[in-house]
Design a protein around this ligand. Structure first.
Ligand code: SF4
Ligand code: ZN
Ligand code: ZN
Length: 353
């Protein structure tokens, strides 16, 4: 049987079937359509302006490695005029993050971008290894997620960047839409499909891979022979998300457009004004100055729980009240340095509260 020719250029031999569209295409056309779709996502949403300093949240995994490579390619091809940086967070997970950070350090050389690594240990005085030792493997991802969010903002502030881009792909966003529906979290459902988010005084965050399929990202990394780290975290990821992921993969197998269709459904939801109004107003954390909807930000609350040996319970508002009932935080607990007001990130003792 004669080899199939590429359905785009009609010239070269088709060597792959595009997961997103089912088209049989050649390698070069795949690279081009993948990159061009990301370019359109960026330009249609007007994500950047010339001169922006942009940090790429880099974990060494496939998504962020491909993102760094594609951002560099598009910045040069279309003259975006961006200053690109790699920003990595070291959660302190032995046998996982230490190895993946080695990959990021190689990417720094390969892509010729400045790299900043900020660790939980420097910022919070706790590694994820130590946190798991105290709280076990339940809720560890809650701590990790809250700590990473703030660490990324602080790392970005120290790089003086305007914008953080992350490698969240279409599968991640469709999963989040499903999870928010399954949890009945309508307020989050209204926000989770936004390509760009920005708090009161925080740095912009966006997802240029919002419409890029995970399978295509893997394919792109494979055919470009990119250097990435593919091991999963040793601490069990969120089980609920795992169910949403399996469900989504089943849907995708039956109909590949399911991923984009779910994102479009999420985008089309109109959240009632009363639900939006019920969201707490943003203020700044009284202890560390980071944005927060309560007196203390989530990271300060979780850190206080760890320091007082009550961490496994300090996640809900009620648990916070229970901790408050035990009396005020002792003066000698570690706290997070004041946001943006200090150039250093050393952990301060004693508490500022
Ligand atoms: Fe952190 Fe959980 Fe992700 Fe591991 S799986 S890096 S603990 S959020
Ligand atoms: Zn082709
Ligand atoms: Zn705080």
């Amino acid at each position: 049987m004669a080899p199939t020719s590429c359905s785009l250029c009609r010239d070269a031999k088709a060597i792959l079937k595009r997961p997103k569209t089912g088209q049989q295409i050649c390698k070069n056309c795949f690279f081009f359509v993948f990159e061009t779709e990301v370019h359109h996502t960026i330009t249609e949403s007007e994500l950047f302006k010339p001169g922006d300093r942009v940090a790429i949240g880099a974990s060494g995994g496939k998504d962020s490695t491909v993102l760094a490579y594609v951002m560099k390619t598009l910045n040069e091809r279309y003259n975006y005029g961006l200053d690109l940086f790699l920003l990595s967070i070291d959660e302190g997970i032995t046998g996982y993050r230490d190895d993946s950070l080695e990959t990021v350090k190689r990417n720094q050389q390969q892509y010729d971008m400045p790299l900043k690594i900020l660790s939980y240990d420097e910022l919070y005085g706790w590694t994820m290894d130590a946190i798991v030792e105290q709280i076990g493997k339940k809720n560890n991802c809650t701590f990790c997620g809250v700590f990473r969010r703030q660490a990324l903002d602080r790392g970005a502030a120290s790089l003086k960047v305007d914008h953080i881009v992350t490698g969240h792909n279409a599968d991640d966003i469709a999963e989040t839409v499903l999870m928010n529906i399954m949890r009945g979290d309508i307020a989050r459902l209204g926000r989770c499909t936004s390509i760009c988010t920005q708090g009161e005084d925080t740095i912009k965050r966006s997802k240029p891979f919002k419409y890029a399929y995970e399978k295509e990202i893997v394919m792109y990394a494979y055919f470009k022979k990119l250097d990435y780290f593919s091991t999963e975290c040793i601490y069990s990821p969120d089980a609920y998300r795992g169910h949403a992921r399996t469900f989504l993969k089943d849907l995708e197998a039956a109909r590949p457009s399911a991923i984009i269709d779910i994102i479009h459904s999420g985008e089309a939801f109109e959240v009632k004004e009363e639900i939006k109004a019920a969201q707490k107003a943003q203020q700044t954390c009284k202890r560390c100055g980071y944005m927060s909807s309560n007196d203390l930000c989530k990271a300060c609350t979780l850190l206080e729980g760890l320091e007082r040996g009550m961490a496994s319970s300090v996640i809900t508002d009620r648990a916070r009240k229970n901790m408050d009932a035990m009396g005020p935080a002792p003066d000698n607990i570690r706290t997070i340095p004041l946001f943006r007001s200090t150039p250093t990130i050393a952990v301060e003792l004693p508490s500022q509260s």
